[in-house]
Design a protein around this ligand. Structure first.
Ligand code: FAD
Ligand code: A2P
Length: 259
């Protein structure tokens, strides 16, 4: 039996020179928890070329969605960025990951802090009815270098609010705060700075982070994770896991950025 499913590309959408999303068929037996990642890839010359990808679609979706970087000389994405409808994609059989609500204790506000493609797991979680049942408020932040890089998250949040299944639950609960760091925009600055200087909470019109009522999930580069974790820990948040749920969890959006 093969280690991978072979699935079919259903659609592809390009946002910038470096970002695209795509949807593939979902095997009936494929189960996952919102926030998990799975290996996906393409056949290689000798062996399959596989990389970790967060599943961006919710668990109830009949298809699977992924949000991807295009690395010009990247072994996988230099090829993956050219996929089109009807092409074949290899899909691992065992989704895993730490960004799951099971690793958090109950709370009132749930914060998702993301940068770059680190938004992908939250694209799944913000479409999950269970998240709105567990929390009074779901606040997702996305920070990128440019406004164009925010297109996927902005459009997705809008579609969630208009969605037949989750729209009603998300309305009034889902808040989206985006910022840019390398061009002018309505809100500027790294998420770490926006938390520390209080701008995030000014924009939301809410109180600052509080481990007695808030839960946090973080996904971004190694540097972003290190800095954001240090801040939430300073606020008194304790890291959770499946075995010992607590206040916050995190996951790398990618490896290889040297930290
Ligand atoms: P690689 O040889 O893997 O990477 C080349 C270089 O490109 C890396 O050293 C790094 O500096 C940079 N890079 C790689 N991925 C990214 C990225 N996502 N954003 C910015 N720079 C990057 N990638 C996604 O696009 N979407 C996802 O949902 C996603 N989920 C991941 C989940 C986990 C747990 C991990 C560990 C990685 C995830 N990645 C994701 C990264 C992914 O596994 C690959 O690294 C990426 O597809 C590039 O593959 P590659 O073979 O083209 O280049
Ligand atoms: P900046 O432009 O100031 O580096 P990247 O594309 O390099 O992964 O970055 C995505 C976003 O994450 C950018 O807005 C970037 O800001 C921000 N970022 C990079 N490093 C950190 C960090 N250590 N803490 C918080 N945000 C970061």
């Amino acid at each position: 039996m093969s280690a991978f499913y072979e699935e079919t590309v259903l659609s592809v959408k390009h946002y910038t020179d470096t970002l695209f999303s795509f949807r593939i068929t979902r095997p009936q037996a494929f189960r996952f928890r919102a926030g998990e990642f799975v290996m996906i890839g393409l056949e290689g010359e000798k062996k399959p070329l596989m990389r970790a990808y967060s599943i961006a679609s919710p668990t109830w979706d009949e298809e699977l969605e992924f949000y991807s970087i295009k690395v010009a000389d990247g072994a996988l994405t230099s090829r993956l960025q050219h996929i089109k409808e009807g092409d074949k994609i290899l899909l691992g059989k065992k989704p895993v990951g730490t960004l799951v609500t099971d690793a958090l204790t109950p709370g009132k506000r749930l914060f998702f802090f993301s940068t770059g493609t680190g938004f992908a797991p939250f694209a799944s979680l913000i479409r999950e009815p269970d998240v709105y049942e567990r929390f009074d408020e779901v606040i997702v932040t996305h920070t990128c270098r440019t406004l164009a890089e925010l297109t996927y998250s902005r459009d997705l949040v809008e579609s969630v609010l208009n969605d037949e299944l989750v729209g009603e639950m998300a309305n009034g609960k889902l808040r989206y705060v985006s910022s840019v760091t390398r061009e002018d925009g309505p809100l500027m600055g790294r998420i770490t700075d926006l938390i520390e200087n209080g701008k995030l909470f000014e924009v939301l019109g809410e109180s600052s982070l509080d481990p007695t009522s808030d839960r946090v999930m973080i996904c971004g580069s190694s540097a972003m994770l290190a800095d954001t974790r240090a801040i939430v820990e300073k606020f008194g948040f304790k890291e959770g896991s499946n075995a010992a749920p607590a206040d916050y969890v995190y996951e790398k959006a990618f490896v290889g950025d040297g930290i």
